[in-house]
Design a protein around this ligand. Structure first.
Ligand code: UD1
Length: 333
């Protein structure tokens, strides 16, 4: 299949492009490089021996998208391109709503013009909001979030669901990611946020590399087994493979369908810190500080729907995630 991958130079997008190429698909990357580096395309070529077609494009630019659709027989779109910093979205909500909603709507309009009917959407566990009990299951009411970033995911899920109702031959798969960490085994692709990282594993990587002094564990007094928050961390390569399974499902079905992509187990911050230390033989300085506003104590996926309907299941261990994260972070520039 020929697949337009928006945000294909980013963290999850680049790993997905590698899996697509290795499975014999033709990914076409559209990325404005606002939060990714151009040399990711070179690194994808080094890993796969194939250079994906790349357009430096803002997906809000309908004319640019039309040129891409005119030049390639696009069978499906995997839509990663979005702003994703939760804290920034609270401070700059209009930036997030404008970019994330406009991008999705522009893409859908151009897809309609060109008769493209398969859409895989990069959603998030954040759509379950603060009030659902865990493990999260897809049939739970998923119409809430705790940040403008999260609300854009809720809203785009809604837009896609309504669009599928109006267009019965359209297919949308909504992938609700839990917490992706880890990196490609080559050490060439990984999570490299600009500035000081907000997310746990990139922060751990910078501390391990000596670029930041120590990790602050946000809260040690939660009602969890060791007092720190629990999350469902999954390896980014497992997540990338989930997109291939979603594409197959998308091509064979109609309508909108949501899937959790997670491992189905919770791991605490301290468990992850300890796993990182023992997997890599590194001492990681940390202190336990106050809670971070907006964090939920614990959540993880019920991952059974993806296993049953997509034939997908996470296979990498927490140790794999910690080892590959460090293998990437220690060489990151
Ligand atoms: C957040 C978003 C999620 C998004 C994900 C990746 C929400 C509710 N969640 O998840 O939608 O997909 O980021 O971008 O909006 N921690 C520390 N110290 C640190 C950093 C983090 O202790 O320096 C802890 C946090 O308190 C949390 C865990 O590590 O318990 C994971 O945090 P993080 O990696 O930021 O992901 P989430 O907040 O779970």
């Amino acid at each position: 299949m020929t697949i337009l991958v928006t945000g294909g130079a980013g963290y999850i997008g680049s790993h997905t492009v590698v899996e697509l190429l290795q499975a014999g698909h033709t990914p076409i990357i559209a990325d404005d490089l606002s939060n990714a580096r151009a040399d990711v395309i070179d690194r994808i070529e080094t890993i796969t021996g194939q250079r994906p077609v790349f357009y430096q494009t803002d997906c809000k630019d309908a004319a640019a998208l039309r040129r891409i659709f005119s030049s390639h027989p696009i069978d499906a779109v995997i839509h990663f391109a979005a702003f994703k910093a939760v804290g920034e979205s609270v401070k700059l909500p209009l930036k997030y709503y404008r970019n994330n909603l406009d991008t999705a709507l522009t893409l859908l309009e151009v897809m309609e013009e060109f008769g493209c009917k398969n859409f895989v959407f990069s959603s998030s566990a954040t759509v379950y909001g603060p009030n659902n009990p865990y493990p999260y299951r897809e049939e739970m009411k998923a119409i809430e979030s705790s940040s403008p970033y999260g609300w854009t995911k809720v809203m785009i899920e809604r837009i896609l669901t309504d669009y599928c109702t109006a267009k019965p031959d359209f297919s949308a798969v909504l992938l609700r990611y839990f917490n992706p960490i880890g990196a490609h085994e080559s050490g060439l692709l990984g999570d490299e946020p600009n500035g000081i990282p907000n997310n746990l594993m990139p922060y751990i990587g910078r501390v391990a590399a000596g670029q930041l002094e120590k990790l602050t564990v946000f809260g040690g007094d939660y009602d969890t087994p060791d007092g720190t928050c629990q999350r469902d961390y999954l390896h980014v390569v497992d997540l990338a493979v989930g997109h291939l399974k979603a594409l197959q499902y998308c091509a064979a079905h109609k309508g909108a369908e949501a899937f959790n992509l997670g491992t189905g187990s919770g791991v605490s911050v301290l468990e992850l810190v300890n796993a990182f230390q023992s997997a890599n033989g590194i001492d990681l300085p940390y202190t336990v500080g106050p809670r971070r506003e907006g964090d939920l104590p614990a959540f993880w996926a019920d991952a059974s729907k993806a296993k049953t309907l997509l034939g997908w299941e996470a296979v990498h261990t927490v140790e794999d995630m910690c080892r590959s994260s460090w293998n990437f972070a220690k060489n990151a520039r």
